[in-house]
Design a protein around this ligand. Structure first.
Ligand code: HAM
Length: 415
């Protein structure tokens, strides 16, 4: 029987991994500049953590959680996102009253219908700020996003959509008004949107259904901005003023996000180069979540970058290291020759010394050396070991010479 990877799960091989590393390195450089430290949380959490945070009416909890009962009968879920686990860990460590600027990177799991840009195992880099009330922190969070886009050289491909959900009371009040309005059109809504009308009316603002879109375009639809306090509208304006010259940044009062814990600023970064799954960064403020999970009340804001999606947007620039292919033709005492390779690696971290690790013929090893993209080949047979002079072959020029180890090290330092 042949095994296949599960639907929506990817194996990431060498060249692709190189892309991932380049991406991670650019993002890391920006986060370092803001003094944000890394946190690593487990992939498995208690199922109820997500029910309580992401929300039992959300799609993520309703139909996308990977969950199981462990041998002890505990209900466990694979994390669908990183915020809940991070907040759980901060409360557990009793450090929620201290301010925190943290990031995490890792796989997340959602049982969604796989398509381009949508996987069942995907990867996020998340940033969470705890202990910073609305104001400066909201500006810094958008500033990080702006710098990430610039670092990746994709600012021109991206639009930052922002909205404000107000306080919890405002959110509830708007929800009620929206529901009351939509009830008159209930029969025209799709089955899913009719269910949402009871469980999570705000999500209808996000509906992809054409009849919902028509209803949402009606001029007497309650508008979120009419429910917001001036200070909240001012925050949106100040973000446009601060970041509008470098980025396409727009207020979208229909932006509500699919996770329940948000109040205050919310945002999503989209690109029309990504197709249907166009959102590659999402986040917002969640000032009530820590106390709802039993911690001391503390403000919080954060976002997550969908790395699988960004990967398709940016063009990595790789720093090139010269490659020496090590060809060992010695007979019995082969490890002595490999010591030479180790000495060269020790002499410079700026080159790659790759051994072919076979006793195939010189001809076939040289063919392989070219296939591996080698710049030079270092060839060592028994005679070379005795004379302490080795063959240094320039694979691009097809020239070669006999050289001592010291001479090789001298050459390598000049590369
Ligand atoms: P989210 O919007 O659910 O937010 O996910 C963030 C990003 O993860 C999305 O913009 C998208 O790029 C990526 N993503 C989500 N689902 C998939 C999928 N099935 N396949 C590929 N990529 C996907 C959160 O998860 C929040 N925890 C963000 C946050 C942090 N809010 C505050 N702090």
């Amino acid at each position: 029987m042949k095994f296949h990877s599960l639907r929506g799960m990817q194996d990431i091989f060498q060249d692709d991994s190189k892309r991932w590393r380049a991406l991670r390195s650019i993002l890391q450089t920006v986060l370092d500049q803001y003094g944000i430290g890394e946190v690593q949380n487990p992939i498995l959490e208690n199922l109820n953590l997500f029910v309580r945070t992401v929300g039992d009416a959300s799609d993520i909890v309703n139909k996308e959680l990977y969950s199981f009962e462990d041998r002890n009968g505990e209900h466990i879920a694979l994390r669908p996102e990183g915020t809940a686990g991070f907040i759980r860990s901060v409360i557990e460590k009793k450090i929620e009253h201290e301010s925190q600027k943290a990031f995490y990177v890792g796989p997340m799991f959602r049982y969604e219908r796989p398509q381009k840009g949508r996987f069942r195992q995907f990867h996020q880099l998340g940033v969470e700020y705890i202990g910073f009330p609305e104001g400066d922190a909201d500006i810094e969070i958008i500033s990080i996003i702006s710098d990430l886009l610039e670092g990746l050289k994709i600012s021109k491909k991206a639009v930052i959509n922002i909205n404000h959900l107000g306080t919890n009371d405002v959110k509830q009040e708007y929800c009620r008004a929206l529901k009351e309005f939509l009830l008159d059109y209930k029969d025209s809504l799709s089955e899913i949107d009719q269910k949402r009308l009871d469980s999570n009316p705000l999500r209808i603002l996000d509906s992809k259904d054409e009849s919902a879109k028509d209803i949402l375009a009606l001029s007497d639809l309650p508008q979120y901005q009419d429910f917001l306090a001036n200070q909240h509208l001012d925050l949106l304006d100040s973000l446009i003023a601060s970041f509008g010259s470098k980025n396409a940044i727009k207020i979208n009062h229909k932006l509500v996000r699919g996770l329940d814990y948000y109040t205050g600023l919310v945002f999503e970064v989209v690109s029309n180069e990504l197709g249907a799954q166009d959102s590659f960064i999402g986040g917002g403020r969640y000032d009530n979540l820590i106390s709802e999970l039993g911690g001391r009340p503390q403000s919080a804001i954060g976002f997550a970058v969908g790395l699988d999606r960004v990967l398709n947007l940016f063009e990595p620039v790789y720093s090139y290291k010269k490659k020496v292919i090590f060809i060992n033709l010695t007979g019995s005492d082969r490890h002595h020759a490999y010591n030479i390779a180790s000495k060269i690696r020790e002499a410079s971290k700026n080159i790659i010394v790759e051994s072919i690790l076979t006793d195939a013929s010189l001809k076939s090893q040289l063919r392989k050396a070219n296939k591996l993209g080698g710049d030079f080949a270092l060839i060592i047979g028994d005679g070379e070991m005795t004379n302490k002079k080795f063959i240094w072959k320039d694979l691009n020029e097809s020239s070669q010479e006999f050289v001592t180890l010291e001479e090789i090290i001298g050459k390598i330092h000049q590369l």
